[in-house]
Design a protein around this ligand. Structure first.
Ligand code: URA
Ligand code: SF4
Length: 263
């Protein structure tokens, strides 16, 4: 179900969790008014990068043997087939040490899609994205803009299996896994994609630049508006950037309000 998000319900606990009290307190007021004031700014930000050309990020790694038409099979899949395929997938080395693959979770018709990097130990054990410490922060970040896991929100990762030792996924692993995320996006048809951190941004935008230069702009992934914000795990390590997370959350909310006003 698509929700309307008429107002902010900011929880003090959530703000405390983000270390945003007392300075970064939402001063009340109506989200729509805020959106109207900011809409021009969002529009001016426009589309900051072209949609990735399919081939730029879809090229195959020689290390991943596969049937040539794997991608064309995946684009035909509905949810049940896609889930089954990811469950048994062995298209990259990450399948070797995983306990289980982590498909994604949430409202399959969500307006909001949050994309992280890869499962960590907790996610590998539980089979759900963002259930560890970073997940707790993500849930609190969602709460500050009146969102809740599973309610108009879908959460997925660039790769579905845990990289050993929580290293970043290698480019060939991200490429091998990419048809699954692409298909999830096609099935969900979110209004807005939020890339959490550098790995998600690099893979969805096919641009290897710092998160700092990508945030606060509306980009695009295959025609769908996309914004970039710091990864919750990074925010847990970097206290000063938590304030920027708050700015990012407000920007996300404003962008969604503007998108919903369009249709
Ligand atoms: N970090 C991620 O990027 N994804 C998860 O699922 C958990 C932590
Ligand atoms: Fe398959 Fe993706 Fe897991 Fe690699 S990370 S084995 S491509 S599901």
């Amino acid at each position: 179900m698509k929700s309307k998000h008429g107002s902010f319900v900011l929880s003090e606990a959530a703000l405390a969790e983000l270390d945003l009290l007392p300075v970064w307190r939402w001063r009340g007021g109506d989200a729509a008014t805020e959106a109207a004031a900011q809409q021009q700014e969002s529009a001016a930000a426009g589309v900051a990068s072209p949609a990735p050309s399919g081939e730029a990020i879809h090229s195959r790694a020689a290390a991943v043997p596969e049937s040539a038409d794997f991608r064309s099979e995946v684009v035909q899949m509905g949810w049940p087939q896609l889930k089954a395929c990811v469950k048994d997938c062995a298209r990259c080395v990450l399948h070797q040490k995983r306990k289980q693959s982590v498909f994604g979770v949430g409202d399959e018709k969500a307006n909001w899609l949050f994309v992280g990097e890869a499962p960590g130990a907790d996610e590998d054990a539980q089979g759900e994205p963002f259930v560890g410490q970073a997940g707790k922060l993500l849930d609190n970040m969602l709460k500050t803009i009146d969102l809740k896991r599973g309610e108009d929100v879908y959460i997925a990762n660039v790769v579905k299996c845990r990289p050993p030792g929580n290293r970043n996924p290698e480019p060939d692993e991200a490429r091998a896994c990419e048809p699954y995320l692409t298909r999830q996006i096609q099935l969900i048809q979110p209004k807005l994609i939020v890339a959490l951190g550098k790995v998600a941004a690099v893979n969805l935008l096919a641009r290897d630049v710092p998160v700092a230069s990508l945030r606060n702009k509306v980009h695009e992934y295959q025609g769908i508006p996309l914004i970039v914000m710091y990864h919750p795990a990074y925010l847990l390590r970097s206290l000063p950037d938590k304030a920027k997370a708050w700015e990012d959350l407000l920007f996300a909310r404003r962008t969604m309000t503007a998108l919903q006003a369009k249709n």
